[in-house]
Design a protein around this ligand. Structure first.
Ligand SMILES: [Zn+2]
Length: 463
């Protein structure tokens, strides 16, 4: 109660500063009342019977029931006791690869023997767009309001993200051989420059550079990407320290760990989001922390590939920013962030033979504000706080598997599923209302993707 009163008082001060006289209701586009707020703010405040006010793209009020009377709202959603939480951040995926979901699942050395040749044979801008639409729809229905993507034709992914109405950090892939959108090795860098210019300043899309990995590029081009990132002031996304083969190759060729090697080429900085980081030692972790690198932890994909368990407990203890990622739908098969929560908690307990490690609140933190920190957007997203962008979820707590609810974090991590996400708001706009997507015709999209599958299956059978 004390905390609630304090929020109310702070809010009145904010109101007075904002203009309208105290006592005069302030305009809001949307008011969510009767919510059980899981704010993920600096104090991890949980507010029962809470209110969230949204004006335009921003959150303008977070507090108790008394807050509702301070606003005159265009629309009011009665959350009926459901959880209201920040939208989740999927810190690593390849959304367009939904079109390949379920292909080559148990093939060894799959990346080189299967995925790269398959992509060379079939991927074009239309595939990327439709695959990204399907991926973005799956993600937003499951409560991800931001996704971080690495692929080809990222401008097509950007158009898909806009169509669905979801926030995205999109990295155009740069790799040392011809790619579906580049006839020459490293052609992705020129493609990226055009893409970044086209989407600079977009309200939902943050364009980025995505050097594929330290082992698929030469040193000169890693350095060129680092310089381009500084020049263009964009995020950089990379796969890092993902396999033993990568560790051995970089050690053999450069006498360094992959983390040290990326530092030597100038890529380690706060603009870098490194996916996986499974094979990192204490010195690597310290270097990543010093440089302000964000890490994406992709446990479902890593376990399915038999790669290993990233030392996330040590990373968090060292103060590294770690978010959660599904990886692409060929690796993790679904883009289900809710499912990832329980998996993350349980796998680390198993790895440590200790049920006390990776508690539920830490997992929710990584999925929300932790992910926002990993991608350097914590000033804008990741928590329910006044001034932040209105990216938030209403999670149904009325399903039988959610009853009773003694602890909100336990309920979210160990009981909730993607199907419990009821309503999703991104940038102040309702994208999902009562489990119905409002932006894209899902039935038509399903038919469009199914139309692609015969040809993809024919090509895959040749590999
Ligand atoms: Zn990946």
């Amino acid at each position: 109660m004390q905390a609630r009163r304090m929020v109310g008082a702070l809010f009145l001060v904010a109101l007075a500063a904002a203009g309208p006289a105290v006592g005069e209701p302030r305009h809001a586009d949307l008011l969510i009342v009767n919510g059980h707020l899981v704010t993920m703010d600096g104090e991890f405040r949980v507010i029962e019977d809470g209110t969230v006010a949204v004006e335009g793209s921003r959150i303008v009020g977070v507090g108790g029931p008394e807050l509702a009377g301070l606003f005159a709202a265009e629309e009011t959603i009665d959350a009926g006791g459901d959880l209201v939480m920040p939208g989740m951040v999927n810190t690593h995926t390849h959304a367009s690869m939904t079109i390949f979901r379920g292909l080559g699942d148990d093939v060894p050395d799959r990346l080189r023997r299967f995925i790269f040749p398959l992509e060379a044979a079939v991927v074009d801008a239309d595939h990327v767009f439709k695959g990204a639409l399907l991926g973005a729809v799956e993600m937003v229905l499951g409560g991800a309001t931001t996704f971080v993507d690495m692929y080809y034709f990222e401008d097509a992914v950007a158009r898909a993200a806009r169509a669905v109405g979801v926030r995205a950090v999109l990295g155009e892939t740069i790799i040392g051989f011809p790619a579906p959108d580049a006839e020459i090795p490293y052609g992705g860098l020129d493609y990226a420059r055009r893409f970044i210019a086209e989407f600079a300043g977009d309200e939902l899309v943050t364009p980025a550079l995505a050097p594929h990995a330290p082992y698929t590029m030469d040193r000169e081009h890693l350095e060129l990407v680092a310089a381009a990132a500084r020049e263009l002031d964009v995020p950089v996304l990379v796969h890092l320290a993902e396999t033993r083969a990568e560790i051995e190759q970089i050690e053999r060729e450069h006498g360094l760990s992959p983390v040290e090697y990326l530092d030597a080429v100038g890529l380690l900085s706060d603009r870098l989001v490194a996916a996986h980081c499974i094979f990192v030692d204490a010195a690597d972790i310290e270097l990543l922390r010093e440089r302000g690198v964000g890490v994406s932890h992709n446990i479902v994909s890593n376990v399915k590939a038999g790669k290993g368990v990233a030392p996330v407990l040590a990373m968090r203890a060292a103060g590294l920013d770690v978010g959660l990622g599904t990886d692409g739908p060929m690796s993790g098969n679904t883009l289900d962030m809710m499912g990832l929560l329980g998996y993350t908690a349980k796998l680390h307990k198993l790895a440590q033979l200790d049920r006390s490690v990776m508690p539920a609140r830490d997992v929710v933190e990584m999925a929300t504000i932790g992910g926002a920190r990993a991608i350097d957007m914590e000033d804008r997203i990741g928590s329910l706080e006044v001034g932040k962008l209105a990216d938030l979820l209403i999670v149904d707590v009325d399903s039988v598997h959610m009853i009773p609810m003694y602890d909100v974090y336990s309920a979210l991590v160990y009981a909730a599923g993607a199907q419990d996400v009821r309503t999703v708001i991104v940038h102040g706009r309702q994208v999902v209302r009562d489990r119905e997507l409002l932006t894209v015709d899902v039935e038509r999209l399903k038919a469009d993707v199914r139309e692609l599958t015969d040809e993809i299956a024919r090509q895959a059978a040749r590999l």
